[in-house]
Design a protein around this ligand. Structure first.
Ligand SMILES: NC(=O)c1ccc[n+]([C@@H]2O[C@H](COP(=O)([O-])OP(=O)(O)OC[C@H]3O[C@@H](n4cnc5c(N)ncnc54)[C@H](O)[C@@H]3O)[C@@H](O)[C@H]2O)c1
Length: 253
């Protein structure tokens, strides 16, 4: 533990997920007080506080932020790790309800969190926000239209926030994971394998062969990148996209 995040109070969404849990523990290990939030309680982490928070519901977000503020003091940061992927779906069969759900969780939730948290950061004289996009934000993929479009939209939203909030001393960046070894990745492999009529193992071999470093990454790699972005070492960095992907973009052009 370096203590590089000492004195920070960081609100993490999606904290019960494969990457979110590692982000909670990684930021706490560097000295931050972490508020772990999710639609289900994130148990067994090193969070200072664990709260239920549904990012599709402004009242739920406001309540969690208010409780964090009352118990620990004003927030200094937001790590938006929440994300939702849909099953592989042909565009001509895409239900609008599913399209809306993907955008509600992956994009609009960030705006709800900004509504609740940015005023606190402004009042503190600054802070840092990190969102979680994807290597699939760079180009669309067959059957994953809504997810890819939502992550491209999130990247643009993150850049707009960076530009707008810079005068308030608030830095805003996004981390773009490649294939990380979590259930979101294995579920996507299973879904794609069944569309193609091949086994899970065959699908995994196809996907991992695209990664120069040869494997789906450890979720802790995302936490390490976020810890850096929340620290003073990143004080001149805003509006950036940070690829944590084992080099996968080099083989997917
Ligand atoms: N795992 C990967 O390979 C990978 C690759 C690229 C990008 N990502 C992105 O990384 C982030 C984390 O992915 P993960 O693998 O940990 O996924 P995950 O499915 O394990 O975790 C996502 C979490 O978000 C929570 N969540 C869903 N809806 C919510 C809501 N309405 N309100 C609050 N929380 C809600 C879920 O309960 C879950 O705990 C996501 O944004 C994802 O899109 C993951």
């Amino acid at each position: 533990m370096s203590g590089m995040l000492n004195g920070q109070r960081i609100f993490v969404t999606g904290a019960a997920g494969g990457i979110g849990r590692e982000v909670v523990n990684g930021l706490a290990a560097e000295g931050a007080e972490v508020i772990a939030t999710d639609v289900r309680l994130a148990e067994g982490t090193n969070a200072s506080l664990s709260l239920i928070c549904d990012v599709t519901d402004q009242a739920s977000v406001n309540a969690a932020v208010a409780e964090a503020n009352a118990k620990l003091g004003p927030l200094t940061g937001l790590a938006y790790v929440t994300g939702f992927n849909h099953e592989a779906t042909p565009i001509a069969e895409f239900a609008m309800e599913m399209w809306d759900k993907v955008f509600d969780i992956n994009v609009k939730g960030v705006v709800r969190c900004a509504n609740a948290i940015v005023p606190q950061l402004r009042a503190n004289g600054g802070g840092s926000i990190v969102t979680t996009t994807s290597w699939w934000s760079y180009s669309g993929k067959a059957y994953f239209s809504a997810y890819c479009a939502s992550k491209a939209a999130l990247k643009s939203l993150t850049q707009s926030m960076a530009d707008e909030l810079a005068p308030n001393g608030i830095r805003v960046n996004n981390v773009a994971p490649g294939n990380m070894n979590t259930s979101m990745h294995t579920d996507a492999l299973e879904s794609e394998a069944s569309k193609r009529g091949i086994t899970f193992e065959e699908m995994r071999e196809i996907e991992w062969a695209k990664v120069p470093l040869g494997i789906a990454g450890p979720p802790s790699a995302i936490a390490d990148c976020m810890a850096f972005l929340f620290s003073d070492k990143a004080s001149y960095i805003t509006g950036g996209t940070f690829d944590v992907n084992g080099g996968v973009l080099l083989r997917s052009a």
